[in-house]
Design a binder for this molecule. Structure first.
Ligand code: NAP
Length: 264
């Protein structure tokens, strides 16, 4: 299939290459900053730069919105598409209905809409991920578009699910806890070790074991350890005293410790 990318950020970087590796062809890439579009294009077979959001002459059938959720309205308001285009967004939390409504308002030609949400974390420039293991959440405005997106998804991944907008939002919230918040906490651990000239590397076997145990357990709560889990009151208060000149960390430490204690 011929497709175009609107957005050349973290997700577009991986998804565009995955589409091409599966035998599809990226015709154009648009990004607000041309430099970013050109960087992605340099990784693709024969894509060209689209300097603006006018795709009227494009040969693509599918247009992938790989832009921040809050930019979707602004971009769709300027997007010019060829007849019979299919537009998908890649967001965890934006509903299909909201995209459908925007296209109804802003597009001069009838377009089909869908969602193509890969449930994984992507960072630009980091080695291509094994896409076949990434769950793809698909939703579409009509049955034939749904069939097309499922077939396309199956070219990329072995795990393709039909997921409605509500279910996708819940999966996204769960993903924010499982991925974004844990990564933020890893960052705090790094800042703490750096601030005392200690090696963050010393924590890496612990991080690996924590993730592996959580994956293997029936429920991660069953393998929870640490002073809050054990009820080591003196240690908890020692830790709070150390963090007393870092109010944000102290607040977080208290909140998470209380959560662990009340879960028991
Ligand atoms: N990253 C992930 O792990 C991940 C995973 C699953 C789904 N997603 C979804 O993928 C979508 C994109 O996320 P991302 O992480 O790839 O974002 P990103 O790295 O921040 O990239 C965003 C892209 O959108 C462009 N952009 C930003 N604001 C814009 C605006 N107001 N108008 C036009 N273009 C704008 C940026 O252009 P310039 O940089 O050139 O200015 C860039 O090309 C989101 O819906 C997100 O939910 C992301």
């Amino acid at each position: 299939m011929k497709l175009s990318f609107i957005g050349a950020g973290n997700l577009a970087w991986h998804l565009a290459m995955a589409f091409e590796n599966a035998g599809n062809f990226i015709c154009e890439v648009y990004s607000r900053d041309e430099k970013n579009a050109r960087r992605l294009i340099s990784m693709l077979y024969d894509a060209r730069l689209n300097p603006d959001l006018n795709f009227a002459e494009s040969e693509s059938e599918l247009f992938v919105l790989a832009i921040p959720d809050d930019a979707i309205e602004e971009v769709t308001a300027q997007l010019v598409l060829p007849e019979n285009a299919l537009v998908v967004h890649t967001s965890g939390s934006k509903s299909l209905e909201s995209l459908r409504q925007l296209m109804d308002i802003y597009s001069d030609v009838p377009v089909r809409t869908g969602v193509f949400y890969p449930l994984q974390t992507f960072s630009k420039g980091i080695n291509p991920l094994p896409f076949e293991t990434i769950p793809l959440c698909i939703e579409a405005s009509d049955k034939s578009t749904e069939k097309l997106l499922i077939a396309l998804g199956q070219e990329l991944s072995q795990i393709v699910y039909l997921v409605n907008s509500h279910e996708r939002k819940v999966l996204h919230i769960a993903a924010v806890f499982a991925c974004n918040f844990t990564n933020y906490l890893f960052g705090i651990a790094k800042d703490l070790t750096d601030s005392e000239n200690l090696e963050f590397d010393l924590l890496k076997p612990l991080i690996e074991e924590t993730v592996q145990k959580a994956l293997d357990a029936r429920h991660p709560a069953e393998v929870q350890t640490g002073p809050a889990r054990r009820g080591d009151v003196t240690t908890l208060s020692l830790h709070r005293a150390y963090l007393s000149d870092k109010p944000e960390l102290l607040h977080l430490y208290r909140m998470l410790s209380e959560g662990i204690q009340t879960r028991r």
